[in-house]
Design a protein around this ligand. Structure first.
Ligand SMILES: Cc1ncc(COP(=O)(O)O)c(C=O)c1O
Length: 360
């Protein structure tokens, strides 16, 4: 596809940093605080997200898993999350032995519906994982109020939302724990990687141990952990990408604005950020009854329009649940994400708009 919906953007700066790691020879570090590049990257994350701590790990999935371990979520516990997400959100819950309970989404921004959330809380509910899907910020005020009332923890799945803000605060830092993914197709990347943010000292200390087999000084396992460490090579890439992130986000915002203008007359549902919300435009997602036709036509014209997600998690063969989630099922049939990544040109946006305007 000539215009991918997302792709990694690495340049000579990343190559130089990776070469420096290779030359120095310290490819990873099993020290409690991690290697030099890991620590430098974590500092940059803290200053961007405005959290006290950041703990780099080797994937967004590992970040979620570590956060669940840190809260001692285990067998017999229920964790509430949307089904309209990437399967990693639910798999991380299964991986710690807990039960995922699927909550429907809102139609306006495809994130967790707090009315359905209320209905699904039980005595076993221990955590809520709102997902800032596509970079759209979940209705965190409502969700936080419910969580407070029922003494349930929140873990933000901010895998897709690095740089999105609500009331001026970064996602990931809207609750006690936030998890980002640094997978290659995200707004910034380390190839594979993830990072957890928190301002809670105890959780920070615990997460450092969980990242490294529960050890503090080495061979002194105190709690259950795994090898979730981010290699230095990946941390070196992440460090550079973190510095480039504001520039990447600016370009995405500009492209999204142009696309919204060009599509203003189209008969499709456009993504409109709500009051106090700034989205990172990881995925510019429209909804239409003729989604599949629009998608085929765009693809035939080399535009990498893509469906996230055609099968909600609860309907995948492994989960195979009969739960009724009407808005989730509607979204799975209707959504289509259009490229607004930094390399998309005005010409590309005009092609997208011409096709959609003609078809709707
Ligand atoms: C919503 C969501 N959660 C979790 C993940 C897991 O991240 P990773 O692929 O880095 O493990 C992803 C990323 O792909 C995601 O999009």
């Amino acid at each position: 596809m000539k215009v991918p919906v997302n792709s990694p953007l690495v340049g000579k700066e990343e190559i130089a940093e990776v070469n420096a790691v290779l030359r120095a020879g310290a490819l990873t570090s099993a020290a409690n605080l991690g290697g030099k590049n890991v620590q430098e990257f974590e500092k940059l994350v803290c200053s961007f997200v405005k959290s006290k701590y950041a703990i780099a790990v080797n994937s967004g999935t590992a970040a979620l898993q570590a956060a669940l371990y840190a809260l001692d979520i285990k067998s017999g516990d229920e964790v509430l999350l949307p089904s309209f997400t990437f399967v990693a959100t639910a798999n991380s819950v299964i991986s710690v032995g807990a039960k995922p309970v699927f909550v429907d989404i809102r139609r306006d921004n495809y994130t967790m519906d707090s009315d359905d959330l209320k209905k699904k809380i039980t005595k076993k509910s221990r955590a809520i994982i709102p997902v800032h899907l596509y970079g759209n910020v979940a209705y965190i005020d409502e969700i936080s109020e419910i969580a407070r009332k029922h003494h349930i923890s929140i873990i933000e799945d901010a895998a897709q939302s690095m740089g999105s803000t609500y009331k001026g605060r970064q996602t990931g830092n809207l609750s006690e724990l936030g998890c980002f993914s640094l997978y290659a197709a995200k707004v910034m990347t380390s190839g594979e990687g993830g990072v957890i943010v928190t301002s809670n000292k105890k959780l920070h200390e615990k997460l450092l141990m969980i990242r490294n087999h529960g050890m503090v000084h080495g061979y002194d396992t105190r709690i259950l952990g795994l090898n979730l460490r981010l290699p230095e090579l990946n941390a070196a890439i992440a460090k550079v990408q973190m510095k480039k992130l504001p520039g990447f986000l600016q370009k995405r915002e500009k492209n999204a604005k142009i696309l919204t203008e060009l599509l203003s007359g189209a008969n499709v549902t456009l993504p409109i950020p709500r009051k106090h919300e700034k989205v990172n435009w990881y995925l510019y997602t429209i909804a239409s009854k003729i989604r599949d036709k629009i998608s085929s036509e765009l693809n035939a014209n080399d535009i990498g329009a893509t469906v996230y997600y055609g099968t909600p998690v609860h309907k995948t063969p492994y989960y195979n649940q009969k739960t009724k989630l009407p808005n989730t099922e509607w979204a799975a049939k209707s959504v289509l994400s259009l490229p607004v990544q930094p390399l998309v040109t005005r010409n590309n946006l005009e092609t997208i708009a011409r096709i959609i305007n003609k078809m709707t």
